[in-house]
Design a protein around this ligand. Structure first.
Ligand code: CDP
Length: 208
């Protein structure tokens, strides 16, 4: 069973994807890390994030050692990932790796922006996780503060709005719900309720 989880920043999609994977005994790929790692490599090399040739070379050359989550999870890297993610050839360079991951016999859970639309259009279950921007900003600010980053709510909210806009407006694989995705609004849900709701969606789909 392939479960595709998409949605905007800090909607809860990562937690839901991780918990679904544990619940069903499936592997999980957080595809945002691929874009974050690509951006990190460019910044480490002192290269521009919006240079398509350099960005494609960075994406193609990603190694396991580039996935140090402590260096990738910060706010700055979310923004940088969104810049490289808007380059169509970068998306193309990362496509096969994501599809290979999903092709394991038992299936997998992948989360990102274009899993249900581009990476795994035939996924058995597609969930589009949303929440209003203010709630997402609160969650992200808390998360970043826990990482020890100095954050203020207003700039986190501004960053989220800017990224929503860039991710939705780009021509290649924009952030949009697949036609056959089930929408899950987590604005009023805590983690446990959101995970329960996601499991119900999977059970309904799997049963039909
Ligand atoms: O947790 P959050 O949504 O903030 O970050 P993420 O999922 O790691 O994604 C960071 C950025 O990478 C997003 O704003 C997207 O621009 C880009 N991304 C993408 O384009 N496609 C994906 N499948 C995953 C992430």
């Amino acid at each position: 069973m392939i479960i595709a989880i998409d949605g905007p920043a800090a909607s809860g999609k990562g937690t839901i994807a991780r918990r679904l994977a544990a619940h069903y005994g499936l592997s999980h790929l957080d595809t945002g890390l691929l874009y974050r790692a690509t951006a990190r490599v460019l910044l480490d090399r002192g290269e521009r994030l919006d240079d398509p040739d350099r960005a494609v070379a960075a994406a193609r050359g990603l190694a396991l050692t580039d996935f140090d989550e402590a260096r990738l999870r910060g706010a700055e890297m979310g923004e940088a990932a969104s810049v490289v993610g808007a380059i169509p050839d970068v998306r193309a360079a990362l496509l096969a790796m994501q599809r290979n991951f999903a092709a394991r016999p038992e299936g997998a859970v992948l989360d990102g922006r274009d899993i249900g639309t581009v990476i795994c259009p035939a996924a058995e279950v597609k969930i589009f996780v949303t929440a209003d921007p203010e709630t997402r900003a609160q969650r992200r600010a808390l998360e970043l503060a826990k990482r020890g980053e100095k954050v203020d709510y207003a700039s986190v909210l501004a960053d989220i709005r800017k990224r929503d806009e860039r991710d939705s407006a780009r021509s290649s694989a924009p952030l949009v719900a697949a036609g056959d995705a089930v929408k899950l609004d987590t604005s009023a849900l805590d983690i446990e309720s959101a995970v329960r709701a996601a499991i119900e969606i999977v059970e309904k789909r799997a049963g039909s």
